[in-house]
Design a protein around this ligand. Structure first.
Ligand code: NAP
Ligand code: ZN
Length: 349
């Protein structure tokens, strides 16, 4: 077994604290990764605080993992020692269902094995995530990081990046399309950069105008405050595609009214409560309300290659792991520009 150091949540809502645990020795298809950096996703907070229910403790969160391959099993063909690699939100899936066979492992009919707060395929071994110094993952669930991207700022692409890339690609964001991103946080700021690089006209819908300078710098064409009711009359029927990244309860009906004929609003943010949607919000303009969950392995690699080509990484604030609990508080207050990334060197302190 491999002794691993990390940070864990031991019960819901308790602060994270140091935790030592074991990982399996690499099997023939496994790679052992020395974790260098791990992003802090709002999903880590939802799960560490058991806001979605069913959390498994102790929990080592973290699914925006980048590092260097330090050992490989003897059947591994895709990676070698020294390679820069990443691991996203899942580490395995059934590999046989229709979704898995079409590269959409995130929708595995038997349920993917999440990187943390989940179980390996044996249904009993808990998975532990990236707030730790090492991880062992089957090579088929490992991603290659483009050489030109800096490793720390690339970590958030493994969840925030793919979660926005996938719906933008699926609903054809590109030249001539008007795209809105609701919420300029970790996911939202990646959405702005990626949609802009795809050639779409990009509008940010944020709670206030406080981040408007940043929004333009990130690639947005327009920036509106949703606290101003005039925003909703001005932009009524304007967008082809709206991506909602908000982690809190908001009135989806008001946002649906901003879609043009045949427009789609895609929900990626996961509020704690259920949201009521009125039939009239949809039938008037033959509008669609859709959802999207991260992305499969092939699409995640496509996203990383796209970001390599367009030189896109995340805007990050690098922190030592000892500051993780403060970082959680700041994410909840929307006080992050735009992703916290943990420097795993700090685990040695
Ligand atoms: P984040 O960094 O906290 O960003 C969320 C943004 O939502 C905030 O920056 C803020 O933007 C806005 N917001 C927050 N509270 C709000 C409120 N009360 N009213 C209106 N807007 C509010 O979080 P994140 O890491 O990007 O994650 C966002 C959500 O996506 C989380 O629920 C997370 O669990 C979920 N998620 C889903 C997937 C998926 O596959 N579908 C993957 C990863 C994460 P402004 O300050 O600009 O208003
Ligand atoms: Zn995430």
């Amino acid at each position: 077994m491999i002794i691993t150091k990390g940070y864990s949540a031991n019960i819901a809502k308790a602060p994270l604290s140091p935790f030592t645990f074991e990982r399996r020795n690499p099997k023939p298809n496994d790679v052992l990764i020395d974790i260098k950096y791990c992003g802090i996703c709002h999903s880590d907070i939802h799960q560490a605080r058991d806001e979605w229910g069913g959390s498994i403790f102790p929990m080592v969160p973290g699914h925006e993992i980048v590092g260097i391959v330090s050992a490989v099993g003897n059947s591994v063909t895709k990676y070698k020692i020294g390679d820069k690699v990443g691991v996203g939100c899942f580490v395995d899936s059934c590999r046989n269902c229709e979704a898995c066979k079409s590269g959409l492992e995130q929708y595995c009919s038997e349920g993917m094995s999440g990187t943390y707060n989940s179980k390996e395929r044996d249904g009993k071994t808990p998975t532990y995530g990236g707030y730790s110094d090492k991880i062992v993952v089957d090579e088929n669930y490992v991603l290659r990081i483009p050489e030109n991207l800096s490793l720390d700022a690339t970590a958030p692409l493994l969840c925030a990046g793919i979660t926005l890339y996938s719906p933008l690609a699926h609903w054809n964001a590109g030249p001539g399309k008007k795209v809105a991103i609701i919420g300029l946080g970790g996911l939202g700021h990646m959405g702005v950069k990626i949609a802009h690089a795809m050639g779409a006209e990009v509008t940010i819908l944020s709670q206030s105008l406080a981040k408007s300078e940043d929004g333009k710098r990130l690639g947005a064409d327009h920036f509106y405050a949703t606290s101003d009711r005039k925003t909703f009359s001005k932009l009524s029927g304007y967008f082809d595609l709206i991506i909602n990244t908000v982690s809190a309860d908001i009135d989806w009906n008001s946002y649906l009214s901003l879609l043009k004929l045949n427009g789609t609003m895609v929900v990626v943010g996961v509020p704690e409560k259920q949201v009521p949607v009125g039939a009239f919000s949809l039938i008037g303009g033959r509008r669609s309300l859709a959802g999207s969950l991260i992305g499969g392995i092939k699409e995640t690699q496509d996203m990383l290659d796209f970001c390599g080509k367009h030189n896109i990484t995340s805007d990050i604030e690098l922190i030592p792991i000892q500051k993780v609990n403060d970082a959680y508080e700041r994410v909840i207050k929307s006080d992050v520009r735009y992703r916290f990334v943990i420097d795993m060197e700090s685990l040695k302190n």
